[in-house]
Every structure is written in structure tokens, then in C-alpha cells.
Design a binder for this molecule. Structure first.
Ligand code: TRP
Ligand code: SF4
Length: 327
């Protein structure tokens, strides 16, 4: 077993946006150089909330994996697979569900929060309550030691650790207790200043055209206290400027800061400059994505290869698990 093994999953929500690129994906792309990584599309986890609307999951998975590949997640360096193609996750989920106290799941803050946020949907299901158990299975079936996640996933990871500990205590030590790999990610607000999210309609997608991106950037909120062109602006209050930080080279950006504070540049011109940089930076990824999308069977082939590697590893763990439980 590798002591530098990483597992991370993403629910297939379709096309990825800049928030994903500067967050999770930039992280994955670096980790694959250093660790043994298992990256997967968590389609069973999508079912926990989309059980009544499953028709888009397959297409969303394909779009998401294309974005991963275009962005540089490299199947020759890591294992890329689809959760539902590795049945060992489900077998371990069943076993872990036997030893997980319901109270651990009920007190999970994300559980209550999501039920309240998505109150239009009946989330009082067995599967939704068990979300963290399935996530624990995803992780420990590979005996992963590190899990790159955002802050929002920390409670889930804590449950994973508790479940692993409980298994080890009840039977025998089979699982390491994985720890979170938290990396600070830059702020990438959506064009309206709220968190970038597909469901808010404020996201910039890798798979959109350069023109679409330009339009969105020109519509971006700036410094709301700058009413007239002759008013001085403040980049630290400007929503668009968060993207300047990521896409405009230092020298040029410093010039913009001064020009903004001195009212020598207007927001329209300033966002035109930004849009040019964003579009130029994304151009190679977009070209690569189109190339990849045009190859029939590419994604399916990569997932099949990943499944073989993942399942071999997971099967080894499951043999130990059955043995530990004396089944
Ligand atoms: N719960 C994670 C999310 O919503 C996705 C996920 C499922 C995951 N299984 C995982 C992440 C295992 C890390 C490890 O983002
Ligand atoms: Fe933002 Fe640029 Fe306008 Fe200043 S000039 S408020 S940095 S868009």
C-alpha cells in the first residue's frame, strides 16, 4: 500500500466552470505529479439528490471528464474512473452501514443544511442520510491517506475517519485514517459577485465560446461605489478584479490599479483588457477540449481502463475486509 495515496471525487454536474479550474482541478493536476491518485466521477452520489431526474447524469459525466482531461488531468499519471463501475464501493458501503451509528449521520451539519436548501425535494431518504458512508467507502476502499477537499467537505471526512476507526476497532486494523489535504484556493466569484455556480447562472465555463466569455465579463459587476466614469474606483471592492488577479500579468495589473484609483481608466475598457487575457489563457484548453470531444469512445475508453485499475485495488481491500469480518 502506498502511504501517499489520494482519492477524490466530483459529482457529475456537467460542464465545469472557472471556479472548478482554480479550485479542485488545479489541485488535482498538481497532485497527480506527486501522489498515486484515484479521481472519479461520483455518479452514485448524484443519485442522492437527483434520484428523480437521472436522464442527465451520463451526459454530465462525459462533459465533466472531458473538462478534466482538457485541463490536464492525465490518465497516464492517475486513475480516472466512474464510481458506479466499481461495485466494491457499494459492497463496502453496505458493510460500513452496519457499523455506522445513525446519530453520526443525523448530526452531520451538511445533512440538515442541504435538506433545508433543497426543500422543494424530498431528501428524507435512506441514501441521502447515508451520503457520508458512501463517501467513506469511496475513500477507504483504496486505503487512501490523503483526501483533497474543500472546507465544505470536512464534516464528511471527519465521519470517514470515525468509520475507519470503528471498523479497525471492531475487527482488525485494515484502514488508515485519511486526512484532509486543504489547499487555499483563490476567490473566483461569478459575474454577479456571488459564488460561481451553475445554478446561479453566473458561471464562466471552459466549454463555452470566446464570445460568450467576453459577453459575460463585460456584464460583470465592478466597484459598485464607482458610479461615474470620473469617480475614482477601488480594485479591492471590484468583483471583476478578482479575475484580473488570476489572468492579468502583474505589471499590467499594477498599472490598472493605479489607473482605476485615479479614474484614468473606465470599467468598460478595463474589462475589455481582462476579457482578452481570459480568452487567450483559455484558448489552448478550449482547443484541446474540442479535439478530445471529437474522438469517439475516448472518454469511455479512459473510464474502462480506470475501472480496471481501481477495481483491482478495491478488490484487494475487500478480500481483507471479508476476512477481517470473518465472512
Ligand atoms: N462529496 C464530494 C462533493 O460533493 C464528492 C465525493 C464523493 C468525494 N466521494 C468522495 C470527494 C470521496 C472526495 C472523496 O464534492
Ligand atoms: Fe474594477 Fe477595472 Fe472598473 Fe477599477 S476600472 S472598478 S478594477 S473594472
Amino acid at each position: 500500500m502506498s502511504d501517499k495515496r489520494i482519492v477524490s471525487g466530483m459529482r457529475p454536474t456537467g460542464k465545469l466552470h472557472l471556479g472548478h479550474f482554480h479550485g479542485v482541478l488545479a489541485n488535482w493536476r498538481e497532485l497527480q505529479e506527486e501522489y498515486e491518485c484515484f479521481f472519479f466521477a461520483a455518479d452514485w452520489h448524484s443519485l442522492t439528490t437527483e434520484y428523480d431526474n437521472t436522464s442527465g447524469i451520463r451526459e454530465s459525466t462525459r462533459e465533466m471528464v472531458l473538462d478534466w482531461l482538457a485541463f490536464g488531468v492525465d490518465p497516464s499519471k492517475c486513475t480516472v474512473f466512474l464510481q458506479s463501475q466499481v461495485p466494491q464501493h457499494a459492497e463496502l458501503n453496505l458493510i460500513l452501514s452496519m457499523i455506522t451509528p445513525v446519530s453520526w449521520l443525523e448530526r452531520n451539519p451538511t445533512y440538515k443544511e442541504m435538506q433545508e436548501n433543497l426543500e422543494a425535494k424530498d431528501l428524507s431518504t435512506f441514501g441521502f442520510l447515508g451520503y457520508p458512508v458512501l463517501m467513506a467507502s469511496d475513500i477507504i476502499v483504496y486505503k487512501a491517506t490523503r483526501v483533497p477537499v474543500g472546507h465544505d467537505q470536512l464534516p464528511h471526512l471527519e465521519i470517514t475517519r470515525e468509520i475507519a476507526r470503528r471498523f479497525n476497532f471492531l475487527y482488525r486494523p485494515v484502514f488508515p485514517e485519511p486526512t484532509a489535504l486543504l489547499t487555499e484556493t483563490p476567490k473566483v466569484p461569478g459575474i454577479d459577485g456571488r459564488k460561481m455556480s451553475k445554478s446561479y447562472g453566473n458561471a464562466i465555463f471552459l466549454s463555452e465560446t470566446a464570445d460568450e466569455t467576453r459577453k459575460k465579463i463585460m456584464a460583470m459587476v465592478t466597484d459598485t461605489q464607482r458610479v461615474r466614469r470620473s469617480d475614482p474606483g477601488e480594485p479591492d471592492r471590484c468583483v471583476a478584479f478578482n479575475l484580473h488577479r488570476l489572468y492579468v500579468p502583474d505589471d499590467e495589473r499594477n498599472t490598472i490599479v493605479e489607473a482605476c484609483r485615479g479614474a484614468q481608466i473606465g470599467c468598460v475598457d478595463c474589462k475589455k483588457i481582462l476579457a482578452n487575457h481570459v480568452v487567450d489563457t483559455l484558448a489552448p484548453f478550449r482547443a484541446r477540449r474540442e479535439e478530445l470531444a471529437a474522438q469517439p469512445g475516448l472518454v469511455d475508453g479512459i473510464l474502462a481502463e480506470g475501472k480496471a485499475r481501481a477495481a483491482a485495488e478495491a478488490a484487494r481491500t475487500m478480500a481483507e475486509v471479508r476476512d477481517a469480518i470473518q465472512l
